[in-house]
Design a protein around this ligand. Structure first.
Ligand code: SF4
Length: 255
């Protein structure tokens, strides 16, 4: 296609970039959803759900089940098939502060823009692929002042995907140590949060938190780009984090 045709095509299609965070994104397919942290289900169903979860993310408790989103690998077994489903959260604002972490205090003069050093610490490719989407024209994180930097010396935030394999342990620590302060660590995806299906094993540990102080957690396997974008906005103090504990919900089944 010639340049003139590209220009005409652009004028015809108009702006396709998401309106998030100014507007809620409602386009189909931007998020697979995630189990709600708590669901109301009968006792017998709760026992069944605990049994079918392959990662031990579901725990039965009085009146329902609690889901540890750090361990959930998005397999949908608790949402499909026979029996009652856990409640499903259809949004994407899932990022939250790690346990005990409060809103970071950035120095005065901080313009709420972030430089991000991304480290693949043994990721299967899924989370990294979603991180990569943030630079495409649809998500276009540059419009929000977020930039990936190749050097830790310029980074404000360390974004880690993967369970941290033994081979990546030292490079990850070296990257963190090379970053100036203040700095934040954002763990993205179930593997980075808990080791996921790969850990614990001789090859990898139980996630980034066993090596570095994690500030922001983005659950999902993989989390969609908007969930990661939400994490960056939380890090910059421009969006509120998701609560760590949910309110019990009735089961809503994803289609
Ligand atoms: S979707 Fe998550 S919580 Fe549900 S069964 Fe799969 S891993 Fe467990």
């Amino acid at each position: 296609m010639k340049i003139k045709q590209w220009v005409l095509q652009g004028l015809r299609v108009g702006v396709v970039t998401t309106g998030y965070p100014a507007r809620k994104e409602q386009a189909a397919g931007v998020s697979p959803g995630i189990p709600s942290a708590m669901s109301k289900v009968p006792e017998e169903e709760a026992r069944r759900l605990v049994e079918i979860c392959p990662t031990g993310a579901i725990e039965a408790e009085k009146g329902g089940v609690r889901v540890d989103l750090r361990r959930c690998v998005h397999c949908f077994r608790c949402a499909r098939g026979k029996g009652e489903s856990v409640a499903w959260d259809f949004g994407y604002e899932w990022a939250r502060f790690a346990e005990g972490v409060k809103q970071p205090v950035w120095p005065s003069g901080f313009m709420k823009s972030l430089h991000i050093r991304v480290v693949d610490a043994g990721d299967c490719g899924a989370c990294l692929s979603e991180v990569r989407q943030l630079n495409n024209p649809y998500y276009n994180m540059h419009r929000l002042g977020f930039f990936v930097t190749p050097t830790p010396r310029n980074a404000d935030i360390l974004l880690v995907v993967g369970p941290v394999t033994e081979q990546m342990r030292r490079p990850l620590l070296a990257t963190y140590e090379a970053m100036p302060t203040p700095k934040l660590v954002m763990a993205v995806g179930a593997c980075a949060l808990s080791g996921g299906v790969f850990s614990p094993s001789v090859f990898s540990g139980p996630g980034v938190g066993s090596i570095l102080p994690v500030d922001i957690e983005v659950p999902g396997a993989p989390p969609p780009p908007l969930a990661i974008l939400h994490g960056l906005l939380v890090a910059a103090g421009r969006k509120s984090p998701a609560p760590r504990t949910g309110v019990p919900k009735e089961g809503i089944r994803p289609s």
